[in-house]
Design a binder for this molecule. Sequence first.
Ligand code: SF4
Ligand code: SF4
Length: 56
Amino acid sequence: MAYVISDDCIQCGACAAECPVSAISEGDGKYVIDADTCVDCGTCADTCPVGAPSEG
Ligand code: SF4
Ligand code: SF4
């Protein structure tokens, strides 16, 4: 499983800066997580100000 980012994302970029495996990049209207790279650590969910990332 990988984390996924919901449409609540406000594109602040905080999660991308904290992801230990650089799985997060800027997508179309929100940031997106590469499921093959994500190691399910949960750091993005802990970092996000709006709770957009969750376990997919
Ligand atoms: Fe990166 Fe961890 Fe979030 Fe996966 S759960 S995208 S590895 S910060
Ligand atoms: Fe979007 Fe949250 Fe990541 Fe900021 S920390 S880019 S609001 S998912």
